[in-house]
Write a protein that binds this ligand. Structure first.
Ligand SMILES: [Zn+2]
Length: 390
């Protein structure tokens, strides 16, 4: 009996290995790229993973294994994309249990899902109430930004807490369902690449779901939205995540972090190779001002900034928000660890400004030791002078 069971197990294993080799990556016939297993890197700054299950929801089978599969994809994308942008990193680190498997904290909510979600959906309440119970059960998360797979509601949202190298990124626990994520990494990559076993729709759901996780964690590392390239993960590039794992496309970086974002992530304590832990002083933003009025029809804004930092500045990015336009990265530069920046520079909006439009500019500035400062600037667009006679 025992022998037969073992034999069966071995044959199942062989079939899996065999399938792994003959899978073609979708209609293109490229080979699939299988991301390596995640391993404990022993860092002080790690991503914590929580599975949050309200009292009226079922715990999904194999949630630990599914999480590990998803995180192999996430870690591999961060690794490859940071390196492709020229930044050296050892990669993302996670908490591990004493058996050497990635740790997933199962947090059973005290209340039913409707309490957390609200009716109608109240996103702030959802995040706050979950965070409260997660902290009660896992401890406060200094140095541990938390990725939550939530059974409480369909959500994809991130709240960075850079002052304590932490934050909360929350995604729907549908990511852990059999319809979205496979138990084996080979089959999951097959899903992302739309191999013969999966329909286009199935593949799309899995690509988007796994991609959203990469995107939300990105916010924790100081990345903002970025419409400058449709391949950007901080845009909707993650919808094509499968191409990253298809050898035919992978070297063209079909899904990517822009250089500006890779740079800010590379200085975060989760991806930086060397930093001074004793420095917890964020950059001092002394000035972030618009130099001249923004007029209807303009596409650029001149700003003046003055920033200083005792350890040197690593990265500055500026995003534009609002006015009916989606968020967009409008400028960035590489301070090259300068201790002081005092200069003007030009931001380029993706669209021309329209009369009366509110303009909100958000600047994220990270020092060489992973401390983040943010400044927000608001202005309105003036009508063109020759039209203001009426
Ligand atoms: Zn986002």
């Amino acid at each position: 009996m025992v022998i037969r069971v073992q034999f069966h197990f071995v044959s199942v294993l062989l079939i899996y290995i065999f399938i792994g080799y003959v899978y073609s990556a979708g209609e293109s016939n490229g080979k699939m790229i299988i991301p390596p297993p995640v391993k404990d890197l022993g860092k002080d700054y790690k991503l914590r993973i929580v599975y949050f299950v309200p009292s009226d929801k079922q715990i999904k089978r194999n949630y630990k294994e599914k999480t590990e599969v998803l995180m192999r994809v996430v870690a591999d994308v961060y690794n490859r994309e940071l390196k492709a942008n020229g930044f050296d990193t050892e990669g993302l680190d996670f908490e591990f249990d004493d058996k050497g498997s990635p740790l997933v904290h199962l947090v059973k909510g005290k209340r039913k899902s409707i309490f957390y979600r609200g009716d109608p959906l109240d996103l702030d309440h959802l995040l706050n109430s979950q965070q409260q119970e997660i902290w009660e059960q896992t401890g406060f998360s200094r140095n541990r930004p938390t990725l939550v797979f939530s059974e409480a509601g369909p959500v994809a949202e991130a709240r960075p807490m850079p002052q304590v190298y932490s934050g909360l990124a929350c995604v729907s626990a549908s990511a852990l369902s059999d319809e979205v994520t496979s138990l084996s990494i080979v089959e999951h990559i097959g899903r992302l690449c739309q191999s013969a076993n999966f329909t286009k729709k199935q593949s799309q759901v899995s690509q988007t779901t796994n991609g959203v996780i990469i995107h939300e964690i990105g916010h924790i590392f100081g990345m903002l939205h970025d419409t400058s390239d449709s391949r950007n993960i901080m845009m909707r590039g993650y919808d094509n995540l499968g191409k990253m794992f298809n050898s035919k496309y992978a070297n063209q970086r079909p899904v990517r972090f822009s250089k500006a974002h890779a740079r800010i992530a590379s200085f975060s304590r989760f991806l930086s190779k060397s930093f001074d832990m004793s420095d917890d002083e964020p950059p001092n933003i002394k000035r972030f001002e618009i130099v001249s009025p923004v007029n209807e029809g303009d596409q650029t804004i001149k700003v003046s900034i003055e920033i200083s930092d005792n350890s040197g500045l690593g990265s500055v990015v500026v995003m534009q928000r609002g006015g009916g336009q989606i968020d967009a990265l409008t400028g960035d530069f590489e301070p090259k660890k300068a201790e002081k920046i005092n200069r003007r520079f030009e931001l380029k909006s993706p669209k021309n400004f329209v009369k009366g439009q509110p303009v909100i500019l958000i600047m994220n500035c990270m020092d060489a030791n992973g401390n983040l400062a943010q400044s927000v600037l608001r202005t309105n667009v003036n009508p063109k002078k020759n039209q203001s006679v009426e």
